[in-house]
Write a protein that binds this ligand. Structure first.
Ligand code: GTP
Ligand code: MG
Length: 187
């Protein structure tokens, strides 16, 4: 007989982080895992880390965002609990903003991601040249919201401003994952 009466298994969650090159995915991953910002080189391929918090074990995949790697994103989407889409909120180049939107639209129509919640991270919000909330909302047609999941036709989308330099922002993201986990358990 097991001596452990109250032991509950960890909830295991798989998440994928995508976004154009340089948006800050790897920086966020390692701030999350190590609680510090480390020197990072562009990702050719992917990084994967498991992060434990309370009773949750999160396996986070960070896939390189360079143009030649983007066609490989689709191979990492199966069985994803939540998708993080990281956007550089200082990016003002028309072509890059366009690519950011196009890649997001493609992901939204990917069958493997049906009913998967998207968390959009407007990263690098610590920088003085970052877009304001209003500019971001106008440019990307997304409402920045931290209190309620905005329901769109297929995906639940939550939009958060982040900085990979700020550990509290990671806590904010973790809280969202917990909330989504609870919501999914209830449904
Ligand atoms: N100020 C500031 N700099 C950041 C932030 N996030 C990332 N950076 C910097 O932006 C650069 C690119 O960050 P990465 O984490 O390598 O970006 P990535 O999305 O992983 O890029 P790829 O691997 O090419 O897809 C690095 O010099 C980081 O130090 C942030 O929130 N604030
Ligand atoms: Mg990277």
């Amino acid at each position: 007989m097991s001596l452990c009466i109250k032991c509950k298994k960890d909830t295991e969650v798989r998440a994928v982080m995508l976004g154009l090159d340089g948006s800050g995915k790897t920086s966020l991953l390692y701030q999350w895992k190590l609680n510090e910002l480390i020197d990072i080189i562009p990702t050719i391929g992917f990084n994967v880390e498991t992060i434990k918090r309370k009773k949750q074990s999160l396996t986070l995949w960070d896939i390189g965002g360079q143009e030649k790697i983007r066609p490989l994103w689709k191979h990492y989407l199966h069985n994803t609990f939540v998708l993080f889409y990281v956007i550089d909120s200082t990016e003002r180049d028309f072509q890059r903003v366009y690519q950011t939107k196009m890649e997001l639209i493609k992901l939204m129509s990917n069958e493997d991601l049906t009913n998967v919640p998207f968390i959009i991270l407007f990263n690098k919000s610590d920088l003085p040249n970052a877009f304001t909330d209003e500019e971001l909302e106008d440019e990307y047609n997304l409402n920045i919201g931290e209190t309620e999941l905005n329901v769109n036709s297929i995906h639940k989308i939550n939009v958060i401003r982040t900085s990979a330099n700020t550990p509290q922002d990671i806590t904010k993201i973790q809280d969202w994952i917990e909330l989504i986990t609870q919501k999914k358990k209830k449904n």
